[in-house]
Design a protein around this ligand. Structure first.
Ligand SMILES: [Zn+2]
Length: 350
């Protein structure tokens, strides 16, 4: 071969190699654009600044921290739950029981949160928003110290469900278990002694009630007992006679097929013995608990009395709850509930 022919052959080979490379790179680029676009369409992305504005108002959403547990413990956005990116795979995590729930996802820089969002969407979550990295968060940081771990919200795990099934969660219960949340709190009694408390409430008010309980604890507002009504076999009278504070206990409103507010976990009773329920049934005065008769006199001096304007009243009413002490048709001094309007919005079919 002549030298010129060798060069020509080599350059032809080079051209072929180059052509193959260009086609390959092109193919990969197209594929990348398609998949990344697809991902972007399935979840929203907003800035941490926009997210901050959303978190300023209380609402029915979950803030999800997808960093590792040790990173989360060092400090996270207040109220955020932790499921690490590595642990989001295949099955819906227990911490996120409602696939329709509004979920705001973040990590340290925004890389893992994006990956987690894609995985959540693939698992069937419909309202997922990537809010990026906590490095851009300018708000308060919550740390996992002993006290923080004492105030938390949990879904109704199998373990908790076993405690309420057939009791407050009765056989004819029409409310989905997923609509309920378990709260773990601390509270102080009249002697300022600290106790652990447990309460089951509706998911829509879980965050608000937890905040209220935390404030009452911090401000040393006395609450004697916060136990699951199931410890009294879901017997309201027994729970009230023991001055127990509680919320969820499934029941229909008498002679209707409507679920009561306690049946939906949308009402909370506080210090029940000293704040009885006084009503008139068929012209007859009824006091619940029966042992609370002495405390129907609201001018008397006794412990655990709820009064209009006190801290308990303030915190609940600030969050939109109504106090039974202000009802027209009866007086239910222990009772705070969400308005009918709000309930009908959440449960239009009830
Ligand atoms: Zn009540």
């Amino acid at each position: 071969m002549k030298e010129a022919e060798v060069i020509a052959l080599n350059s032809r080979k080079l051209w072929i190699v180059l052509l193959v490379l260009v086609v390959l790179i092109g193919f990969m680029l197209v594929k990348y654009v398609i998949t990344s676009r697809k991902g972007e369409e399935e979840f929203k992305t907003i800035s941490m600044e926009e997210a901050t504005k959303i978190f300023e108002k209380s609402g029915d959403y979950v803030i999800l921290d997808v960093r590792r547990a040790d990173e989360y413990k060092e400090g996270h956005i207040p109220g955020a739950v932790n499921v690490s990116n590595e642990n989001i795979r295949g099955v819906q995590p227990e911490e996120l029981p409602d696939p329709q729930q509004e979920i705001y996802v973040y990590c340290r820089t925004g890389r893992r949160s994006k990956a987690s969002c894609s995985k959540l969407v693939a698992m069937g979550y419909t309202h997922v928003t990537n809010i990026g990295g906590i490095v851009d968060w300018k708000g308060e940081i919550e740390k996992e110290d002993a006290k923080e771990e004492s105030f938390y919200i949990s879904p109704i795990t199998d373990e908790i469900f076993a405690r309420i099934e057939g009791k407050s969660y009765k056989e004819d219960c029409t409310l989905e278990r997923e609509e309920l949340r378990y709260l773990h709190v601390l509270h102080r009694d009249q002697k300022n002694k600290e106790h652990e408390g447990e309460m089951i409430v509706n998911r829509h008010i879980a965050k608000d009630v937890l905040e209220i309980m935390k404030r009452l604890y911090e401000e040393e507002y006395p609450i004697e007992k916060i136990r699951l009504v199931d410890e009294y076999d879901a017997d309201d009278e027994a729970s009230m006679e023991d001055n127990n504070s509680s919320s969820f206990n499934f029941r229909f409103i008498s002679h209707t097929n409507k679920v009561s507010k306690h049946g939906l976990g949308l009402a909370v009773d506080i210090n029940t013995l000293y704040n009885p329920y006084v009503k008139t049934v068929d012209g007859k005065r009824v006091v619940e608990p029966v042992t609370g008769e002495a405390y129907t006199n609201r001018n008397g001096e006794y412990p655990y009395k709820i009064e209009k304007g006190d801290l308990c009243y303030q915190l609940f009413t600030e969050k939109g709850f109504l106090w039974g002490g202000e009802f027209e048709s009866c007086k239910d001094y222990q009772h705070f509930e969400v308005s009918d309007e709000q309930m009908n919005q959440w449960y239009p079919d009830n």
